[in-house]
Design a protein around this ligand. Sequence first.
Ligand code: AMP
Length: 394
Amino acid sequence: MRSFLTLADLDVEDRTVLVRSDLNVPIENGRVTDDFRLRATSPTIALLRDAGAAVVVCSHLGRPGGRVDEELRMAPVASALSGIGGFPVASAVDTVGPDARDLVAQAEAGDVVLLENTRFHPGETTNEAGLAAALAELADLFVLDAFGSAHRAHASTAGVTDHLRSAAGPLLVRELEAFRTLMDDPPRPFTVLLGGAKVSDKLPLIRALLPAVDAMLVGGGMCFSLLAADGYEVGDSLVEPDYFDTLAEILRGELGDRLVLPVDIVAAGRFAPDATATTLDAASMGEDSMGLDIGPRTTERFAEVIAGSAAVFWNGPMGVFEWESFRSGTAAVAQAVAASNAFTVAGGGDSVAALRMLGRESDLDHLSTGGGAGLELLQGRVLPGVKALERWSR
Ligand code: AMP
């Protein structure tokens, strides 16, 4: 039994439906450079059109900080979404102002209107009642499809549910189901592969997940704080010394041997794309080495564990994968996850980007559109956006 309504519970014919999507995509020179999130949510919009709804879509884009930022307008997203969905998208120049209201008033069944960036309003992130009410006034029903934003109680994710009968969109439902499989009774062995820059970002997750996993493989910048806490010299690698004591406690604790750290490292003398890359044993790093990727023996070890797993969750790159010399670790684990027969889920922009770069995105059971939201679910938290939908289930 679900605790919220889904699209099947809404009668959308000849109604105006507000959809909160996650259209927060990278834009360079007025063009969308990665359309993964648009592809993921556009079927929801298509479904509503086909069912005879007028669809009003809203999303945030970047971090304009409550002010209009010309670089973060939704117009390029509107044209990319239209290209992907194969339907026209009318782009409003404001979110709840006269242009939005006019376009929505003129919209008929099957039309799609995209509102301007919700974060141009300071009331979005503070979940201000006035903004939520103004958004709700544009429509008859609300669909939350933005998994990537559902861990925030904002006006467009949670506030609008005060006013409109609300349901979860198909993308949100799919995301929640994938994470539920990992959390409730994961096939075993269950392996979690973590990377990314900062160990402080992932510390609550490490604590929460260690009891639930069989192995936790760690690469990326965050592995150096763990190696340092374990007594290794890590030179100039990225570290957060404030966390060494806590990490040492975890490593020496009862579950510490579930953590698998790199045995070799690709290091450089400086943080630059053209720095000379040298492979070193993790135990042989010098004072001036800077670890920027995991080494080939580590990659092989990680790949073996992944191949022997029945469930795998991956979040975060193994190194500075943006630079070719430090990409091998991330590319190799991406291949290993894609080739695995396990139930596989990847989340976070970089992991998904790496899989897409290799053309392996369709080889996973689930590619998540959310980074932070997935990590919060895995820590056992209820997402505020999902919680807000629950009032409509009764
Ligand atoms: P996050 O946002 O925490 O997922 O971190 C992603 C970023 O971590 C990417 O931009 C990577 O370049 C960076 N990163 C990964 N490994 C390292 C490393 N060893 N040193 C510095 N940065 C890293």
